[in-house]
Design a protein around this ligand. Structure first.
Ligand code: GDP
Length: 296
């Protein structure tokens, strides 16, 4: 389960505090030292941890806490709030165009879960009464088009493909026209991934971006890769520009370092989290609920 080890450690730390009556500055400082270590062990970005602890300390060492009747509760509340703020505070939804179709472009490295997520996202939107169209824009990975078609069939959602001979930018352009003629109100473009970020990939994504002007460019990253996911997000954001992040495989990520760092490092929020391989295992990301999961 996500945040499992971090949750264990923080809960132990705060159990010790709870045993005390009034807290001294030293008690709070000791507890925050443990919080800091636990966050670093959870693979949270070093600078993010530093800033976070400074913020918590400033609030927790104030008179308000030390004099409060249940200081431990107060400190826990502050940590909870700051962890939620770190992840964006409140839920970030995707933008829906006032004039359909809304164009969503999914980008990311190979294996991050992009194609699966395209299906999951389409399923999520369909359940909300939308009429999605999936677009097979990954023409390089041999099985990607077929994989998307299979997902589309399972979900009863149409898949637009022009095979693997047309340029992805033309596929995207024609998909928008197709969506209009089929009265589909949201299109989800699965783009090509690579094993590593390279110039060719970025150029292709940029030309799709310039041509179809997506309302949302969502980066799909694998939570289990920890700080690598954060580095990938920074690179895509700097080079291409993204509107949000979908963090996949959070179900298998016991540490949670990417979930806790990526918003603070890139400035872009996590909008959804993948919680399993099944097509209904995509959840809107709620920073406040995530924080509460850590502190129990
Ligand atoms: P792509 O290369 O980015 O298009 O990746 P795929 O969509 O083919 O996904 C790669 C693997 O990750 C597949 O085995 C998926 O089932 C798996 N996967 C994707 N999302 C999740 C998730 O949220 N949780 C888990 N456990 N597996 C996932």
């Amino acid at each position: 389960m996500v945040f499992e080890s971090l949750a264990d450690k923080l809960q132990q730390t705060f159990k010790k505090l709870r045993g005390r009556g009034k807290l001294s500055e030293g008690d709070v400082a000791d507890a925050l030292k443990e919080v800091r270590l636990a966050l670093l062990e959870a693979d949270v970005n070093f600078k993010v941890v530093k800033d976070l602890i400074a913020k918590i300390k400033e609030r927790a060492i104030g008179q308000e806490v030390l004099e409060s009747l249940t200081p431990a509760q107060h400190v826990i509340k502050i940590v909870n709030e700051e962890l939620a703020n770190l992840m964006g505070g409140t839920q970030s939804r995707i933008v829906i165009a006032s004039k359909p179709p809304t164009v969503v472009m999914l980008v990311g490295l190979q294996g991050a879960g992009k194609t699966t997520t395209a299906g999951k996202l389409a399923n999520h939107l369909k359940r909300q009464g939308k009429r999605p169209l999936l677009v097979a824009g990954d023409i390089y990975r041999p099985a990607a088009i077929k994989q998307l078609q299979v997902l589309g069939e399972q979900l009863d959602i149409p898949v637009f493909t022009l095979g693997d001979k047309e340029r992805p930018v033309d596929i995207a352009k024609k998909a928008v026209e197709q969506a209009l003629s089929m009265a589909r109100d949201i299109i989800i473009i699965d783009t090509a991934g690579r094993l590593h970020i390279n110039e060719e990939l970025m150029q292709e994504l940029k030309s799709i971006k310039q041509t179809v002007r997506p309302h949302e460019i969502l980066l799909v990253v694998d939570a289990m890769t920890g700080q690598d996911a954060v580095t990938v997000a920074e690179a895509f954001n700097n080079d291409l520009g993204i509107d949000g992040i979908i963090l996949t495989k959070l179900d298998g990520d016991a540490r949670g370092g990417a979930a806790l760092s990526v918003k603070a490092v890139t400035g872009k929020p996590i909008k959804f989290a993948g919680m399993g391989e099944k097509l209904d295992a995509l959840e809107p990301f709620h920073p406040d609920r995530m924080a509460s999961r850590i502190l129990g």
